[in-house]
Design a protein around this ligand. Structure first.
Ligand SMILES: Cc1cc2nc3c(=O)[nH]c(=O)nc-3n(C[C@H](O)[C@H](O)[C@H](O)COP(=O)(O)O)c2cc1C
Length: 352
């Protein structure tokens, strides 16, 4: 139904402009009345006890989450749970609101089951997100909050920028994702370099310790990494993450590579930006396995990248992921992918 009827209509919106379809979908999701969302969450989006996971101290009702970037400003949070997501990650937000890059900046590659984007952290800012989350009150499922660096902030002031957002949003997140891996903010990925990353993570850890009340433990901070790191870079990054006691990794963000794109779509793939979807499946899988092996499974990983079919998620979990996230799969395969992935992961667990 989605691929035969809904998707063709969505892809025609705005004369084929992918961002118009995205905005339309988000508006529609945001308008879902709360009682409808609650009924759906208990029916099609139902999550049984076999799907529950406790990872880095947080209890997740289901292992499939919405990846960062889809709902940057957190406008449709009850609706994601209704589709069967066990958690959602909002953001990436920045300390300063910013418009992102010029449009067009989002491109669908249908023959490759892929997307190229160079959105550039278009978002209303961390203060606006805090205000919206305050109005929601309790969401009933875990919320991750992804934070990044504002474009106007120079790299040598990046730490302050991240700390400002963490401080504003601390009360509302169940975990925080430090985004140092988007290819669309100049210089951002250099924050994955060991020296700078150590400084950033130490500052964020200190902040969580200050913000935690005497009765609670500091909330988990995770690092989202690129799939393009060399083995040596990954090795150094893991050392820093272990030293700075991060709660886990999110692997991976989009790739700057273009392998796996269909020949007919090489032109579109030449657009600058990050590539997601099917061409990322093998890359994210490889990084998840490597992190799992190098840390002997001690560092929890949220696996993301190229989950287009339930089996992709099962393989990511086999490679060592404790939870998985979707973005491009939701666009290409539709919302039914969430439920099918939940079913496959529940079955795989019983079989294991
Ligand atoms: C249009 C678009 C915007 C994205 N924005 C963000 C973002 O703001 N922050 C982030 O951490 N990841 C962002 N991502 C990356 C996704 O969260 C995910 O890591 C990546 O797309 C790989 O997963 P997928 O193959 O399921 O899409 C974005 C991806 C897309 C396609």
């Amino acid at each position: 139904m989605y691929t035969r009827m809904v998707r063709p209509a969505l892809y025609r919106l705005g004369g084929g402009d992918a961002e118009v379809a995205h905005e339309w979908t988000l508006r529609w999701m945001a308008r879902m009345p709360a009682p409808v969302a609650r009924v759906l969450a208990r029916s099609t989006g139902r999550l049984g006890p076999d799907l529950e996971r406790t990872v880095f101290g947080v209890r997740f009702p289901g292992p499939v989450g919405l990846a960062a970037g889809m709902d940057k400003n957190g406008v449709a949070l009850p609706a994601w749970r209704a589709l069967g997501f066990g958690f959602a990650e909002v953001g990436t937000v920045t300390a300063h609101p910013q418009p992102g890059n010029e449009r067009p900046r989002l491109f669908r590659l249908p023959a490759s089951d892929a997307i190229v984007n160079r959105m550039g952290f278009n978002n209303a800012g961390s203060a606006a997100l805090a205000e919206r989350l305050r109005r929601y009150g309790a969401l009933g499922y875990p919320l991750g909050i992804s934070i990044g660096k504002s474009k106007v902030t120079p790299l040598d002031r990046a730490v302050e920028d991240y700390v400002t957002s963490l401080r504003r949003l601390y009360a509302f997140g169940d975990y925080f994702a430090v985004n140092v891996s988007s290819p669309n903010t100049p210089g951002l990925r250099s924050l994955q370099d060991a020296g700078v990353l150590r400084e950033l993570l130490a500052a964020l850890r200190h902040e969580t310790e200050v913000l935690a009340t005497s009765a609670t433990i500091p909330k988990p901070v995770l690092v989202k990494i690129a799939p393009d790191l060399t083995d040596q870079e990954l090795e150094e990054l893991l050392q820093v993450c272990t030293d700075e006691r991060v709660a886990g990794l999110i692997a991976t963000n989009t790739t700057v590579g273009r392998d796996g794109v269909a020949p007919a779509e090489q032109g579109l793939a030449a657009e600058p930006g990050g590539l997601s979807g099917r061409p990322l499946t093998a890359l994210s899988h490889r990084i998840v396995r490597r992190v799992h092996d190098r840390t002997a499974g001690e560092l929890p990983v949220i696996g993301v990248g190229g989950v287009l079919d339930p089996d992709d998620a099962v393989r990511l979990v086999d490679a060592g992921a404790s939870l998985v996230q979707l973005y491009t799969g939701l666009v290409v395969r539709g919302p039914g992918l969430v439920r099918r992935t939940n079913t496959a992961l529940a079955r795989a667990r019983v079989a294991a």
